[in-house]
Structure formats: C-alpha cells, structure tokens
Design a protein around this ligand. Structure first.
Ligand code: COA
Length: 160
C-alpha cells in the first residue's frame, strides 16, 4: 500500500470512496471535497492499492480548539500555521476494512502533525468508535455541539 497527500486530480476517487462509506445525510459532497482539496490537499492522507484509492483521512488545521459543523463546509477556515489538526473524515472501502489501513493513516496523520509542530489532533465520532480512537491516545471530551447528519457525536482530542 502506498500513502500520499492529495491534489485536485484525486477529487473523483475521494468523492466515490466517501459515498461508499457514509449514508447520504453524512457524506461530504463532491463540491465540498473540491473546495477542501483546493485549500488543503496537503492535509489529506490517501492510501492506494496500486491505482485504487482504498482509504483516506482528511481535515484542516486551525487555532480553534473545538471541531464545529461550520468547519466541514468552509474550507477557507484552514490556517496552515494553526495549532490543531482536525480530522473530518476517516474512510476505508468495505472490502478493505479490518486490515489496519485506517489505523495506519491515522498514525501517519499523528506523526506528520507532530513533525509539523502542532499541539495535537481533534476529531468527532459516533459512540461505537470511541474505543477505536482511544487506542491511538485520543481522549473523549464528551458530546460535541455537532448536529451533523442528525446523530450524536463525541469530541476526542490527542494532545502532544
Ligand atoms: C471506521 C473505518 C474507517 C475503519 O477502517 P479500517 O481500515 O477497517 O480500520 P482498521 O482496520 O484500522 O480498524 C478497524 C478494526 O479492525 C481491527 N483490525 C485491524 N487490523 C486487523 C487485522 N489484521 N485483522 C483483524 N482485525 C483487524 C482493528 O483493531 C479495529 O478493530 P475494533 O473496531 O474492534 O477497534 C471504516 O470502517 C469505515 O470507513 N467506516 C464507515 C465510515 C465511518 O464510520 N468512519 C468513521 C467516522 S468517525
């Protein structure tokens, strides 16, 4: 498997993987990914099996300590010199799950964020994934303000 960051030329592959992994109410749209890739393609970590995109993680960088719904849609809020690396999405296509691929990408994001001098990483997730992220050192800060997709999200933080 190869890992690299993204450019706008990855738009179709990224949008297709997202649509395979999330229900429509929660999936980011192709338009949203186009904006994200233009503003912070260097904060997407993509994993390929040959030419096939099988998993990715993405999120911008900001001085804001808490992850808000506005961030998903407003790529211009990205601040390349910000303190916190956010995680907006973690996706592995169904046929490649449970091989540690998302885990490898999360670890790479953590390592790169440390090397870039960030303060830490922040994400939101559903309750069923709280234990998964805890394995990487993320601490559950409780229910977030997010109303994304009409479900309950927990905010988790890894402080370096
Ligand atoms: C959540 C998601 C990204 C995980 O992707 P993944 O590549 O399967 O993740 P990993 O392989 O790193 O870990 C998944 C599980 O497989 C286990 N695993 C890892 N390697 C394994 C292996 N070789 N054999 C068996 N199990 C393994 C992990 O321990 C983990 O187990 P757990 O759920 O009990 O903690 C994927 O299921 C997905 O895309 N889901 C839909 C979208 C989503 O909900 N994203 C998260 C938003 S918060």
């Amino acid at each position: 498997m190869q890992i690299r960051t993204a450019t706008i030329s990855d738009l179709d592959a990224v949008a297709n993987v997202e649509a395979e992994c999330f229900p429509p109410a929660e999936a980011a749209t192709r338009e949203s990914f186009a904006e994200r890739l233009k503003c912070y393609g260097n904060h997407f970590w993509l994993m390929f099996d040959g030419d096939k995109l099988i998993s990715f993680v993405d999120g911008f960088v900001t001085d804001e300590p808490d992850l808000t719904d506005a961030m998903y849609e407003d790529a211009a809020m990205h601040n390349e010199n910000g303190k916190w690396q956010m995680i907006f999405g973690v996706n592995t296509i169904p046929s490649y799950r449970k091989h540690g691929y998302a885990g490898e990408l999360i670890q790479k994001l953590i390592d790169d964020s440390k090397a870039q001098g960030r303060k830490g990483v922040v994400l939101t997730c559903k309750d069923k994934l709280v234990n998964y992220y805890a394995k990487f050192g993320f601490v559950n800060e409780g229910v977030s303000n997010s109303v994304h997709g009409g479900v309950v999200w927990y905010q988790m933080r890894l402080t370096f």
